[in-house]
Each structure stands twice: as structure tokens, then as C-alpha cells.
Write a protein that binds this ligand. Structure first.
Ligand code: SAM
Length: 289
């Protein structure tokens, strides 16, 4: 623990931010590694002579900040943590940092299934850090879920995140290519969800370096047109969903209409393109017959 006056801390903060970066990332670092939330800091700042107790010393915090600025390393990987909905999740460079727009998938499920008491069987294909599945397993303790990923290292991160939040066992983790870990659950799912890699090759090559150089390629690249994984998932979905079972997919900003056509071809009904908070058709949902 380092004890320092608020005044001294704020001067140091100003110096760090003068090197570059944004306030939000800096506050994230101070919260995750320093142990002081923005709210606490604002409160303490009312009296600059107040004392702050930081979990790590200023040199340590500064070295992480400089790494972030010099190498464009995402602050979440450097801190090993991210915040998503009301969850604090571990992240490593084996998993995509779950994005704020993906939080809406949970709200779509709430809209379809109602909250809490509903009991259903769901699967998430490509769980990464486990964010979506963990949020659902916690929101629906009577339900059972399966979270899959092709990457065993990602599943280890997701399993640890689930263990940090739950002593129950209503979420299981399986490794494998899209539907293949679910062979024994054919025709049994009330709901399948996926936020698969959907970035087209040309766009992937031009991604900002904090994404391209750090986040797993396997979590981002969706082949030449971005749709290779979405096609495979939609193609086999009817084998695994119950009659009237729901499929919720996240897609790239301009893929909604194409995903809708793929769902129509496979005889899905109640198809809808759902917009994210920026008004982008980010999710395409449908029901199998
Ligand atoms: C866009 S990330 C989504 C991660 C997480 N669901 C989220 O929303 O933050 C896609 C995930 O799909 C996984 N994935 C990629 N190819 C896969 C495949 N063929 N089968 C299963 N999972 C795959 C990646 O490892 C990655 O974790």
C-alpha cells in the first residue's frame, strides 16, 4: 500500500496524461491496479489534503501506462481485467476484449425469455472470455447453458471467470469447432447465440494496431467476405435448435441483410435485425420455424 496525498496524486496523474492516452483508460488503470475507483477519487478530491491508499506504487502504475502508450497495448490486457455489464472479467490476449455493444445480446434474451424464473437450455458458440454465457447463467439460475470455443486457452479464461461468480454448475464449457461439441444436444436447444469472427479480410488488414497486433486473429477474421463462420453456424443451426428455438447472431455493421437472407433460406421465422445503441443493425435474430 502506498499512502499519498490527493494533491500529489492529481499532479502525477496530470503528468502521465500529458504523455498521451485518454482519461478513461487512465482511470481504468487506477481502478484495476491502483485499487481506487473514479467515484472514490472524485469524493476524495473534495479535499486535496486527503490521503489516498494505492495498492501499487506510482512507478509500477507509470510503467504500465507507458507500455500502453508506447506499444498501443490495450489497457485491459495490461491490467488483465475488463468490465462488461455488471461483471468484472479476467482477460488475456487469448480472448477478445468483450465489447460494450455485445452487452445488448443479454437484453435481447431478456426481451425474448423474460427475466429470472424462466428455465431454458442455451448454447453460446465462441464464448471467448465467457461474458455472454456467464451473464445468462447468472441471470437465469434455473437454466442450463453450454459455452464452446475452438481455443482451449480461451475456455480456461472463461471457466475461471464463471468460477469467480458462481458456485453452481449451470454452465458447462466444451472445446471444438462451432456445433461439433454439441453433437449430443441435437434438437434440444431453446436458444443458440454467437458473436463469431465476422471481419472481412480487407478490413482486418486495416484494423487499428491496438486491435490487430493484440487481439486474437481467430476471434476477429471471418474470411474473405466476413461471413464464412456466420454461414456455417446458420447452416447447421436447424439440427440443434428445438422447434421454435431462437438463434441470436452478432454481425458486422453492414451484414444484417445478408445474414437475414441466410436465415430465410434455412426457413427461420420471426427474423429481425436489431440495432445497437449507435443505430447499427448489429444483431440478426430468428426462430427455427
Ligand atoms: C468475436 S469473438 C467473441 C467472443 C465472446 N463471445 C464475446 O462476445 O466477447 C469470437 C470467438 O469465437 C471463437 N471461434 C473462432 N473460430 C471458432 C470456431 N471455428 N469454432 C468455435 N469457436 C470459434 C474465438 O476463439 C473467439 O473466442
Amino acid at each position: 500500500m502506498l499512502c499519498i496525498s490527493v494533491k500529489e496524486f492529481l499532479l502525477w496523474k496530470k503528468k502521465q496524461l500529458s504523455k498521451g492516452g485518454d482519461n478513461q483508460s487512465f482511470d481504468f488503470l487506477i481502478e484495476c491496479i491502483g485499487g481506487i475507483s473514479k467515484g472514490d477519487l472524485n469524493f476524495l478530491s473534495l479535499n486535496p489534503e486527503n490521503k489516498l491508499y494505492l495498492k501499487k506504487n506510482l512507478n509500477h502504475l507509470e510503467s504500465i501506462w507507458c507500455d500502453h502508450l508506447l506499444n498501443s497495448s490495450p489497457i485491459q490486457y495490461l491490467c488483465g481485467t475488463t468490465f462488461w455489464r455488471d461483471l468484472k472479467l479476467k482477460v488475456s490476449d487469448k480472448v477478445l476484449i468483450p465489447r460494450p455493444e455485445t452487452e445488448l445480446i443479454v437484453d435481447i434474451v431478456f426481451k425474448i425469455f423474460g427475466k429470472k424464473s424462466h428455465k431454458f437450455f442455451f448454447a453460446e458458440l465462441g464464448t471467448g472470455s465467457g461474458a455472454v454465457s456467464i451473464a445468462l447463467a447468472l441471470a437465469y439460475p434455473l437454466s442450463d447453458g453450454i459455452a464452446t470455443d475452438i481455443d482451449q486457452d480461451a475456455l480456461e479464461v472463461a471457466t475461471k471467470n464463471y468460477r469467480n461468480y458462481s458456485k453452481h454448475s449451470n454452465l458447462k464449457f466444451f472445446c471444438g469447432n462451432w456445433w461439433s461439441p454439441l453433437e449430443s444436444f441435437k434438437g434440444k436447444l431453446d436458444l443458440a447465440i454467437s458473436n463469431p469472427p465476422y471481419i472481412p479480410k480487407g478490413t482486418y488488414e486495416k484494423l487499428p494496431k491496438e486491435v490487430k497486433n493484440f487481439e486474437p486473429k481467430v476471434a476477429l477474421l471471418g474470411g474473405e467476405d466476413g461471413l464464412i463462420h456466420l454461414r456455417e453456424i446458420i447452416q447447421k443451426a436447424p439440427l440443434f435448435l428445438k422447434e421454435k428455438g431462437w438463434l441470436i447472431l452478432e454481425n458486422h455493421f453492414d451484414q444484417g441483410e445478408k445474414v437475414k437472407q441466410l436465415l430465410i433460406k434455412k426457413k427461420f421465422t420471426s427474423i429481425e435485425i436489431v440495432k445497437d445503441l449507435s443505430g447499427i443493425g448489429r444483431f440478426t435474430i430468428g426462430r427455427y420455424k
